[in-house]
Design a protein around this ligand. Structure first.
Ligand code: UT7
Length: 325
């Protein structure tokens, strides 16, 4: 066995052109800009055009990440995409992305873990690199959540948006990705889910069923805060890291108040937390690589820094990654 580490060689992200502001939503449902901003921190979200899909958003982010890494699609030997809103049931979105990049033959697949999809995908790709089974992995989070939101439900439609983010991972003698910690618990399924799939509810959809993802926001909120707090403790303890050693917290961008609670738990000032939720709302699996790439490109995240990524989403699923950038 050839044990080594994976490092982030480059990052990229993409937001669709069309922007939907809180003021736009005021005209669609009974809500206010003030309510949305104070309860969530969100100011706008981006909506995929009709001809855009999870794989097309992923392609933009992936090409940008490859460019940043000084790599080309021909170098890629593994693709893992986290998505809850795949183009199709099959082929999987990883394979569709592979085709878009004009490469063939390397393993390419999708991971389905709702908002935690990117961290789950990262954890998997990290293991391929550590075992020497890949040398240039493309890890992507990409979502078109606007397609599964009920635009008449003010409790959910103000929260979500579309986008994609990507990392290129390459081997290194030193970490890199120090550790990932993943968890799932299906007992919470009914608190956040999309009610129609293929082997369940397909005929209702064919019959014209209408609606969108369902969420008991308040309970999700409370469980997210409690769970992320435990996750932070677990990640620091298992890796022998003290709170003050973390340079940046890069959290899943669902709600500013959840992010604040996690930062409090870490005793991290908000200046050390990457926050982009105001720009794109909750983009599920895309949110962490989107935030990460933003902070790399604007110079906040720098080489050598210690970063904590943490996420929580439907399932429930939750997870963290500790990274020396
Ligand atoms: O990606 C991971 C999964 N998702 C999340 O992490 C989301 C977790 N949950 C949340 O972010 C928050 O629970 C929400 C932002 C969804 C809601 O915030 P809240 O502070 O928990 O509000 P609430 O659900 O307790 O609702 C408070 C009030 C209710 O009215 P009443 O019953 O007090 O009269 C809602 O009907 O706010 C009302 N409300 C709204 N008002 C204006 C709910 N949505 C809206 C809205 N505009 N868009």
């Amino acid at each position: 066995m050839n044990l080594r580490y994976a490092r982030i060689a480059g990052t990229g992200s993409y937001l669709p052109e069309q922007v939907l502001t809180n003021a736009d939503l005021e005209r669609r449902v009974e809500t206010t800009d003030e309510w949305i901003r104070t309860r969530t921190g969100i100011e706008r979200r981006h909506i995929a055009a009709d001809d855009e899909t999870a794989s097309s958003l992923a392609e933009h982010a992936a090409r940008r990440a490859l460019k940043a890494a000084g790599a080309t699609p021909a170098d890629v030997d593994l693709i893992v995409v986290g998505t809850t809103t795949p183009d199709l049931v099959f082929p999987n979105t990883g394979t569709l992305l592979q085709q878009r990049l004009g490469i063939h033959g390397c393993p390419a697949f999708s991971v389905e873990a709702a908002c935690s999809g990117f961290v789950f995908a990262l954890s998997l790709a990290d293991k391929y690199l550590r075992l020497g089974e890949a040398r240039c992995a493309l890890v992507v989070g990409s979502e078109c959540l606007s397609r599964i939101v009920d635009w008449s439900d003010r409790g959910t439609c103000v929260l979500f948006g579309d986008g994609a983010g990507a990392f290129v991972l390459t081997p290194a003698d030193e970490p890199g990705i120090l550790a990932t910690h993943l968890h799932s618990d299906g007992r919470y399924k009914d608190l956040l889910y999309f009610p129609w799939g293929v082997s369940c509810g397909f005929n209702e959809l064919r019959g014209g069923a209408r609606g969108g993802l369902r969420m008991l926001g308040n309970e999700v909120f409370r469980t997210a805060v409690r769970t992320l707090s435990r996750l932070v403790d677990e990640t620091l303890a298992k890796n022998g890291i003290e709170h003050e050693q973390i340079d940046w917290l890069v959290p899943h961008q669902a709600n500013l108040r959840i992010i604040q609670a996690a930062a409090d738990k870490l005793r991290l000032p908000m200046e050390k937390v990457v926050i982009t939720v105001q720009e794109h709302g909750n983009t599920s699996a895309a949110s962490i690589p989107l935030a990460f790439d933003t902070a790399v490109r604007d110079g906040r995240i720098r080489r050598g820094q210690l970063l904590l990524l943490e996420t929580f989403g439907g399932g429930f699923t939750w997870g963290s990654a500790l990274i020396r950038y």
